[in-house]
Structures are given as C-alpha cells and as structure tokens.
Design a protein around this ligand. Structure first.
Ligand SMILES: [Zn+2]
Length: 186
C-alpha cells in the first residue's frame, strides 16, 4: 500500500534508507541503481544472514520470498510479480517518482557518481566519446566513467516505457548540459 515510504524509513536515526535486494530479485538491483536508488545486493540464501544485514544497515529487504518477507515484517518488501518490469513498477510506486534520480549511481557497485570536468577524462574514455560528449561522471569506487552515449539513451527510453514520466536526467541538466545536439546522424 506504499505505506513504507522513503520518508517514513528515513525519519529518525539517520540510518540508511536504502534497499537490500536478495537473490530472488537479483536482476532488480541493477535497475534500482539505474533509477538512482541505493540498492545493495546480497547473494546469501540464508534468511538469517539477510535479516541480520538488514538490521545492521537499516536497509529494507526486497524479496520474492513470502517466508522472508513475513519474517522481516516492516523491513521487507514482497515483490508481487516475477516479471522484472512489474517489479520495477512496484518499487517506483513504493518510493514515489520524486525519489528517483536516474543515472546518478554506478550500476556495478551502487556508489553515487561524481561529476568530472571534461578535461579530467581525456585518455580515459574512447576518443570518439570524448569528442562528442560534454558531461561525464565517474564512480569513486570502481573508476568506471559514465556519459550520455547510445546506451544511456536506450536505457532512458526503457525507463520511460516502464515507469512513465520520470524527471529525466535532472542531474545532468543541473549543470546546464544541453546534450541533444543531434550531430553525426543520431
Ligand atoms: Zn562503480
């Protein structure tokens, strides 16, 4: 019923308001990160280990397991569908559109991306990319660089298809980026 809203979770002791995705919902973790949500993945099958981690980190567990969700009570979210898109939609309903910040996290390690100036990325991204992109960000953990390339646009369209109108790429436009120069026959 969306009663476990982010604001409710985050009120109080400043603990993490993020999620802990278990292996029954593994593919969802990457998508939550793409949407800008803090989503840790835990491969353990052991319900006790997951419950312990949730307690320690203050994270809300996302699972397909009825047993685990029942055990966790308020600190668990049971995914109603086995289909990824429906799962994404459910999570967007849970957190609310306004909590989304697409493309603000590293897909691989869940870390918040840090914007970098263009002169800082020379030699670290393909020459073609360097030439055609103006905005870059980097993951402080794995060092992966991100930009609004073809993949970005595909993901962006996919997000719109799945969740409808999210505030798109807010973080990019914040810097005054105008990325839609359709040069080179896009
Ligand atoms: Zn990373």
């Amino acid at each position: 019923m969306g009663s476990r809203s982010l604001s409710e979770r985050s009120s109080g002791d400043g603990k993490s308001e993020g999620f802990l995705v278990d292996r029954t919902a593994g593919r969802l973790a990457r998508w939550l990160r793409i949407l800008g949500l803090d989503a840790e993945y835990m491969a353990a099958c052991d319900a006790s280990a997951i419950a312990r981690r949730a307690r320690q980190s203050g994270r809300t567990v996302i699972t397909r397991s009825h047993a685990l969700a029942a055990r966790l009570g308020k600190s668990g979210i049971l995914l109603a569908s086995e289909h990824l898109r429906e799962q994404i939609r459910q999570m967007v309903r849970e957190v609310g559109h306004e909590s989304l910040d697409p493309f603000s996290r590293c897909n691989a390690c869940n870390e918040r991306l840090v914007p970098v100036a263009k002169d800082g990325v020379g030699g670290r991204v393909p020459a073609y990319v360097y030439e055609h992109q103006e905005r870059f960000s980097v993951c402080p953990v794995c060092g992966r660089y991100y930009w609004q390339g073809t993949h970005w646009h595909i993901m962006h369209r996919e997000i719109e298809r799945i969740v409808g109108g999210v505030r798109d790429g807010d973080r990019w436009s914040r810097n005054g980026a105008s990325h839609s120069r359709s040069k080179g026959g896009g």
